[in-house]
Design a protein around this ligand. Structure first.
Ligand SMILES: NC(=O)c1ccc[n+]([C@@H]2O[C@H](COP(=O)([O-])OP(=O)(O)OC[C@H]3O[C@@H](n4cnc5c(N)ncnc54)[C@H](O)[C@@H]3O)[C@@H](O)[C@H]2O)c1
Length: 253
């Protein structure tokens, strides 16, 4: 790749929230960005924001937990944007419930999107990274990886992504590929708004209550996470691999 050629980044779950902020941020850093989400039409806002700012983006509809859709999506990205060498596995869903009430379907859905989805996307994209001798994988973990009431499925998936990330770092490092995880705390998005609605609280009240437990005394915004992801995807971060960065407004362990 010549130094003037644009690197292609893939961001999953990029129609809104953290994924949308990340897609916009990576485009602002000069990446051509594939905006992947379940519904191609829902990616329009993110793509328009990028192109309005002079960037390059492509909307791609795909369910990351479906192998055939992932392969078709990556083939289309290669064809229309070029071979991807940056991958942000961000797509996510919640199906919260206490263990004794959690259905097998809700377990499978959450593990399917977060873990199987990240596996399928990484497997499909890594060959292009190996060919390029360069790659950056960032997986979205969560503070819930440390355990969270009502999230047996989600915490297992987010802890699983940390092991997945470290193994990618070990296997792919010799090809110039790094893999890292960003583990957000409370970020104001549709996902946390839905949680507020589920527990019967207004979102402002819910955020204010969460902020009292956070050392920097505010909840996070999608740009707080996009900023950390941008660091890991930078060319200069080539010696940072297999790490889990908690971005939560304070320490977590
Ligand atoms: N918001 C938080 O507080 C928080 C905290 C920790 C981790 N996270 C993680 O960050 C990521 C983004 O979260 P968010 O808050 O922006 O969520 P969000 O619900 O606002 O956005 C998630 C996006 O993923 C898409 N998506 C869901 N299933 C998909 C699938 N099978 N294939 C493709 N796309 C799919 C959705 O359509 C949606 O656009 C998730 O992995 C989430 O678990 C969020």
């Amino acid at each position: 790749m010549s130094t003037t050629e644009q690197r292609v980044a893939v961001v999953t779950g990029a129609a809104r929230g953290i994924g949308a902020a990340t897609a916009v941020r990576l485009a602002a850093e000069g990446r051509a960005v594939a905006v992947v989400d379940l519904d191609e039409a829902a990616c329009k806002d993110t793509v328009e924001k990028i192109t309005a700012a002079g960037g390059k983006a492509l909307a791609v509809g795909a369910d990351v937990s479906d192998e055939a859709q992932v392969e078709a999506a990556v083939a289309r990205i290669v064809e229309e944007l070029g071979a991807p060498t940056i991958l942000v596995n961000n797509a996510g869903v919640l199906r919260d419930n206490l263990l004794f009430k959690m259905s097998v379907a809700d377990w499978d859905t959450v593990l399917g999107v977060h873990l199987r989805g990240s596996f399928l996307m990484t497997k499909a994209v890594q060959k292009h990274m190996v060919d390029a001798g360069f790659g950056r994988v960032v997986n979205l973990s969560s503070s819930s990886a440390l355990g969270n009431r009502g999230q047996a499925n989600y915490s297992a998936a987010k802890a699983g992504l940390q092991g997945f990330t470290k193994t990618l770092a070990i296997e792919l490092g010799k090809f110039g590929i790094t893999a890292n995880a960003v583990a957000p705390g409370f970020i104001a998005t549709d996902m946390t708004a839905a949680t507020a609605a589920r527990v019967g609280m207004g979102f402002e009240e819910f955020k204010a209550a969460a902020a009292t437990q956070i050392p920097v005394a505010r909840v996070g915004e999608p740009d707080d996470i996009a900023n950390a992801i941008a660091f890991f995807t930078n060319e200069a971060a080539g010696f940072v691999s297999g790490q889990v960065l908690y971005v939560a407004g304070g320490p977590l362990d």
